[in-house]
Design a protein around this ligand. Sequence first.
Ligand code: FO1
Length: 309
Amino acid sequence: MKIVALAGGVGGAKLAHGLAQTLPPEDLTIIVNTGDDFEHLGLYISPDLDTVCYTLAGLANPDTGWGRVNETWQAISNIEKLGGQSWFHLGDQDLATHLERTRRLKEGQCLSEITRDFCKAWGIHHAVIPMSDNPIRTIVNTDEGELAFQEYFVHRRCEPRVKGFRFDGADKAQPTPGVREAIRSADAIVICPSNPWVSIAPILAVPGLRSKIEAKPIAAVSPIIGGQAVKGPAAKMYRELGIEPSALAVAKQYNGLVSHFVMDHIDSQLESDIRSLNMQTLIINTLMKTPDDRRQLAEDVLNFIGTNR
Ligand code: FO1
């Protein structure tokens, strides 16, 4: 069964890792959000691509979920001493990724080509593809005006109140060729438990992508468990947009797209409301604390979407 997974951020990377442990490389393509990408200190940084790749390669920092394990911080602390910007924490090993990616981009290589080479170097056998080779930038509309995503997320620690989002450049972007091919041959799509507003919505905003996946069985895993986001600002975003954060709110957001909805035991009282959105439901443990949890969740999702059509 050929699967395309849509992922961004730490929760997405964890399920992508579970899927990669369960499916052979020819059966899994992971499409990653690049709306978080930005240029900083003269470097092109692609946080979600790196989080997914480092996680798949076993190189991710287990405490933060982003950045590298056994990281050192010499460069950024010296930048700080020189009066430079240090609010975005770039580790020494991580810096090598950004330096080499930036050099290659300047030489004219595209992000998907570079990612393919990096995956090879890191021993990743499954396809990890940026949603687009064209720039798409998530802009957060807040009570303090519009903020670039990392300015909002890291520099301002998600403090400004959210009023909405837009994905700058999406209208002019195209999906990467690998994305189109993977979707065409996919039997089903898995939407990982990533933030629906800023990790999944930018992927769905790539022109043509949504219409290409719409006809397939699509399983979404709720990133909201018991009314809270496992990590990150998703629940705060729902509240500030006037929506009670819950698995039901996530299901409503994916209404009309998703056929199979995966939710945690703790939210079982929401099942009938979610079923009334014309979604099949699966109630299981969705919290991924260990690598084994990731593999188990991946197996459960695949069985659900494979057997319950
Ligand atoms: N997230 C933070 O909260 N603080 C940081 O200093 C930070 C640095 C960073 C460096 C490289 C990288 O790949 C990711 C990094 N992240 C950091 C995470 C990043 O902001 C992601 O966009 C979020 O995880 C959202 O998916």
